[in-house]
Design a protein around this ligand. Structure first.
Ligand code: HEC
Length: 151
């Protein structure tokens, strides 16, 4: 092997080490922080932007509404992978222990939410359809929070 091939091989080893650490399972406290962060951004865009527009507390601006709607739709796919085994403890959080007793039921509420959230970007193109879809999506937030989010 010539010297550049050795360098390339060394590089591969270094990359494998970096990749190994990147793919190691996150610690429970990191998962908790991650799901809370995602929900926080969902809340800001859903309640703070789309909800406020729907209530008439914020003027309807199509570009702004579509942007917030896309964020909520995209982010709706992220938090639920961070409720895996062992993530019920490790940092302060407000997730009910019931989530880990019946993960399938929790996931079914997550699925309903994702289905409604996915309709938000198209609905945001028009104020009347946005209002209706904010109401439908909001029911799925509340449906899950009432049962699975601690006060
Ligand atoms: C399938 C269940 C589920 C759905 C659907 C859901 N949430 Fe949540 N949400 C939770 C749980 C559980 C927590 C608590 C997370 C924790 O602390 O571990 C939470 C936390 C939050 C928080 C607090 C985040 C923080 O700063 O700690 C906000 C804000 C929030 N959700 C907004 C929403 C909004 C808005 C929707 C709908 C657009 C929604 N959630 C849909 C389960 C859900």
């Amino acid at each position: 092997m010539n010297s550049s091939a050795w360098k390339a091989a060394g590089c591969g080893v270094a990359l494998a080490i970096v990749a190994g650490s990147a793919f190691a399972a996150p610690k429970p406290e990191d998962e908790i922080r991650y799901r809370q962060s995602v929900f926080n951004v969902i809340g800001r865009n859903f309640g703070g932007v789309l909800g406020a527009i729907a209530k008439g507390e914020r003027p309807y601006d199509q570009a702004e509404a579509v942007k917030a709607a896309k964020l909520v739709a995209d982010l709706s796919t992220l938090p639920f992978a961070s409720f895996g085994p062992g993530t019920d403890a490790g940092a302060s959080h407000k997730s009910s222990p019931k989530i880990w007793e019946d993960p399938a039921k929790f996931q079914s509420l997550a699925d309903k939410f994702q289905l409604e959230a996915a309709k938000l970007p198209a609905a945001a193109a028009d104020l009347a359809t946005l209002k209706a879809q904010v109401a439908e999506t909001g029911k799925t937030c509340k449906g899950c929070h009432d049962e699975y989010r601690l006060k």
